[in-house]
Design a protein around this ligand. Structure first.
Ligand SMILES: [Fe+2]
Length: 409
């Protein structure tokens, strides 16, 4: 969505009643995700890149308080005058905040007080939504999409926290059904000039616009993501020990951090990684399903696998053109893992950040990161779209990130 659209909301096609319903549903889903976690679970921060579940619950609430209630609800009284210091993530314009790596030090406020904070803000938001202008509605929609992003992070981050616990606790009891073997098929794209980016018909983040033309050469793209079984063949062939497949920075990571498998593959009792027969999941330790998509690999591992396989990673433009092409030939299955692309996270030509308070949302992160496309099993329902640009540093492995292959024709 271009900046002007955020402020004016001309394309927002929701009524006040729709937005209230959606607000309640999104907020309730966050609480449902957290309900499986004890207060102790919600407190833990397993690494600087991850945040406590309790912090996610409070930060998403702070977003509505700071960007909606304080500027737009006359007479609104903040729940706690120091909470902005605790729960501001990265908005320089809003003021000082604790450093990210210290979020796990916040034993106070407790989980119950965060629940009360959420209720306080929800009550005030209910009143604000009664008199919702298009500009306010656009900001609410941004706040809801923001909260959905943090819903995914709650799952991503608690998975890492539980993995750090030798008990390997399960977040949920449900276990995914084993997958059927699926032959790797390829879709061909003739190339040419294609339109990339969001058309502005409904909500999108500013980094998805403006829609613009990109020239593609003819290419072939895999119809599904790389499977665990296929990745096991890479490991068995010495993939993690052969520098010829790796980018220089990636090989340094392999060496420095002794990578031998994707992040959550469990080693045998003797500490070796030869069998890799179990993997840590949100359902605890489970047998590795050879037909499920490989996940929790870095960009470096994805690129190395592609080189080993005699292929390459698609650009984000090839990915989007394939995901939106008319159905012909094999289906383009996606949505189980975020898929690394060979595209660095850059602004589209003519990019304009959201105006006003949300200007810091995306644009300032457009350096040193790679784009991922698709979505994962942790992505909230309705939150995926073909133009969505996720982004992480190339060494990141704790996201539900996988691999799709492409080839030149
Ligand atoms: Fe955030």
């Amino acid at each position: 969505m271009a900046a002007g659209q955020l402020e004016q909301g001309p394309t927002l096609r929701v009524t006040g009643a729709d937005l209230r319903t959606r607000y309640c549903a999104v907020r309730a889903r966050t609480e449902a995700l957290a309900a499986r976690l004890s207060p102790e679970d919600q407190q833990v921060q397993s690494m600087a890149d991850a945040s406590p579940a309790k912090w996610h619950r409070a930060h998403t609430t702070w977003f509505f308080e700071t960007f909606l209630l304080l500027p737009h609800q006359a007479g609104y009284r903040v729940f706690h005058e120091r909470f902005s210091h605790l729960f501001n993530s990265y908005y320089e314009a809003v003021g000082a905040r604790i450093v990210r790596a210290s979020r796990g030090m916040l034993t106070r406020p407790g989980a119950d007080e965060i629940t009360a904070y959420r209720a306080h803000v929800d009550a005030a938001m209910s009143a604000l939504l009664e008199q919702c202008t298009p500009a306010i509605a656009a900001l609410v929609e941004l706040g809801l999409n923001h909260e959905q992003q943090h819903q995914e992070l709650i799952l991503t981050d608690i998975k890492h926290a539980f993995f750090c616990n030798p008990l390997l606790p399960a977040y949920r009891a449900e276990v995914p059904a084993p997958r059927l073997s699926q032959k790797l098929e390829w879709r061909e794209h003739p190339g040419g000039v294609v339109a990339i980016g969001h058309d502005g018909a409904d909500f999108a983040f500013d980094n998805e616009s403006p829609r613009h033309q990109v020239l593609l050469r003819p290419f072939r793209i895999a119809a599904r993501a790389v499977s665990n079984g296929e990745y096991q063949a890479f490991i068995a062939d010495g993939g993690y020990r052969r520098p010829e497949f790796w980018l220089s920075d990636g090989w340094a990571r392999v060496s420095d951090e002794n990578w031998e498998t994707p992040l959550y593959w469990l080693k045998d009792d003797d500490g070796s990684a030869k069998e890799n027969s179990f993997v840590f999941t949100l359902s605890g330790a489970q047998p590795l399903d050879p037909h499920a998509p490989v996940e929790h690999v870095s960009f470096y591992e994805a690129a190395a696998y592609a080189a080993w396989a005699g292929a390459r990673l698609p650009t984000e433009f090839e990915w989007e053109a394939s995901a939106t092409a008319d159905a012909c030939g094999p289906r383009f299955d996606h949505g189980e893992v975020w898929e690394w692309t060979r595209s660095s996270y850059d602004p589209y030509p003519g990019f304009q950040a959201f105006e006003g308070v949300a200007a810091e949302y995306n644009g300032k992160f457009m350096v040193g990161q790679m784009v991922l496309r698709g979505g994962s099993v942790a992505t909230p329902p309705g939150h995926m779209r073909a133009t969505y640009r996720n982004f992480f540093p190339p060494q990141a492995r704790w996201q539900f990130s996988g691999i799709r292959l492409a080839k030149d024709i």
